[in-house]
Design a protein around this ligand. Structure first.
Ligand SMILES: *Cc1c(COP(=O)(O)O)cnc(C)c1O
Ligand SMILES: [Zn+2]
Length: 417
């Protein structure tokens, strides 16, 4: 049973059939998926959800497919971790990490959007999937396309982290590196999508793709015991995830699955690419594009497609936005690893670094519940740490050398680092 009704323009409200459309013909506003909420309300309860398998399809009524997913059946339901050590380090009372660094199969939150997008693309009859990516989307489209026997074309800025490039090619995807920024890649892909008729997951089937991010929010609510936190901090690239976490919370609230909606949504970007943060701080509706320069390459979108709506989400929920320097990103990556044993990618450093700032500024009160969104895995962005961590101490395989090492001041220091 499908509750996917169609598409609707976010600006003028005009409705469209549930096809591969993404902009309004009349006002060029972005299209958004609409559901039969009344029908959903009759069948979708806490009890029904709790009986289902631990993956994001337990919320299937609120995801935009006509039938069952044809790829990514195991995606989602990643851990929500009570971070006691980090609470102590930051001086707060109740802090959780939503850890999509261990999402299946490519270790980032993008597996959520991609399993929805590819499943929907297949329902609509596409044979080739493609994307414009800052890295994680490339990994996920390539992996999931292979898993369901589809051909994939991946377009990336040529200077991405090596691990993200290798972690795309390994799946047999056709990878094209573009000499330019993500925004230039994206513009080219819009042209290719029109000409070749492929399903570009984040361009011509973006309305369906983006809905997959809601599952990140649904899981936070369920894993907190059907309750919403006071604060969620979300990293922003194109600005879609943050709008969908907010949408997920509102949907659960409207359906009566949670009793109250106390959440403030805060946005995080790197200082070297912070167009949404700048707009929020200036109280401006206009997102001024920037040319990115940051180690947080997964977030390096200078002209964010959903920037306007991301800023609106932050305003509507009474949240705030902040950015951090590259040095602060690395410091926060280390803090997370050292306190909670989680190695997140640069985007995780951005999110935690911004959380720390918002706490220090008093924007996040120390006695309220906080969820920090960890969206990608550190093993994929190791280059950012080259030369920034101590080297291992190297000795010969002799007990006396080890004795000497721990016995000396230098040795103790080296082993402690
Ligand atoms: C893509 C991405 C984001 C942000 O996604 P948007 O929806 O484009 O804002 C956050 N974190 C990581 C690791 C990503 O790869
Ligand atoms: Zn319109």
């Amino acid at each position: 049973m499908s509750y996917l009704k169609g598409l609707k323009c976010r600006e003028c409200g005009r409705e469209y059939p549930k096809e591969a459309l993404h902009v309004c013909e009349f006002c060029f506003g972005p299209l958004e998926v609409i559901y039969d909420y009344e029908g959903i309300g009759r069948v979708f309860t806490r009890e029904v959800v709790e009986k289902r398998a631990p993956n994001m399809w337990r919320y299937r009524e609120l995801l935009p497919l006509d039938g069952e997913p044809s790829v990514g059946e195991q995606v989602g339901f990643t851990p929500l971790i009570r971070a006691k050590n980090l609470e102590k380090a930051l001086g707060v009372k109740e802090l959780y990490l939503k850890n999509d660094a261990v999402n299946h199969p490519t270790l980032s939150f993008k597996d959520r959007v991609v399993s929805v997008a590819i499943s929907r693309a297949r329902e609509m009859g596409f044979e080739v999937v493609a994307c414009a990516s800052t890295g994680n989307l490339a990994n996920s489209v390539a992996a999931n396309a292979s898993a369901c026997g589809m051909e994939s074309f991946i377009f990336i800025p040529f200077d991405l982290e090596q691990t993200k490039v290798l972690g795309t090619i390994i799946y047999g995807a056709k990878v094209v590196g573009i000499k330019g920024t993500y925004d230039e890649v994206n513009r080219l892909c819009s042209e290719i999508a029109g000409k070749y008729g492929w399903a570009f997951v984040n361009i011509n089937i973006r309305p369906y793709y983006a809905e997959g991010s809601k599952a990140f929010g649904f899981e936070i609510a369920e894993q907190l015991g059907w309750r919403l936190p006071h604060h969620v901090v979300v990293p922003m690239a194109g600005g879609s995830l943050i709008t969908k976490v907010w949408k997920a919370f509102r949907e659960f609230h409207n359906l009566g699955l949670v009793n109250s909606l106390p959440t403030r949504i805060h946005g995080a970007q790197a200082g070297g690419c912070a167009p949404i943060v700048t707009a929020v701080k200036e109280g401006s509706e206009l997102i001024k594009p920037v040319r990115p320069s940051t180690i947080a390459k997964s977030l390096a979108i200078g002209n964010p497609a959903d920037g306007y709506y991301a800023a609106k989400t932050i305003r509507e929920s009474n949240g705030w936005a902040e950015d951090v320097t590259d040095a602060e990103i690395i410091e926060a990556m280390k803090l997370l690893a050292e306190t909670e044993g989680i190695f997140a990618e640069t985007a995780g450093g951005v999110t935690l670094g911004v959380t720390k700032k918002l706490i220090e500024q008093g924007r996040i009160p120390r006695d309220e519940s906080i969820v920090v969104s960890i969206t990608g895995n550190g093993l994929k962005t190791q280059e950012a740490l080259y030369g920034k961590l101590p080297e291992p101490v190297i000795i010969n395989a002799r007990l006396s050398e080890f004795d000497e090492l721990v016995g000396s001041e230098k040795g103790r220091y080296a082993l402690k680092a």
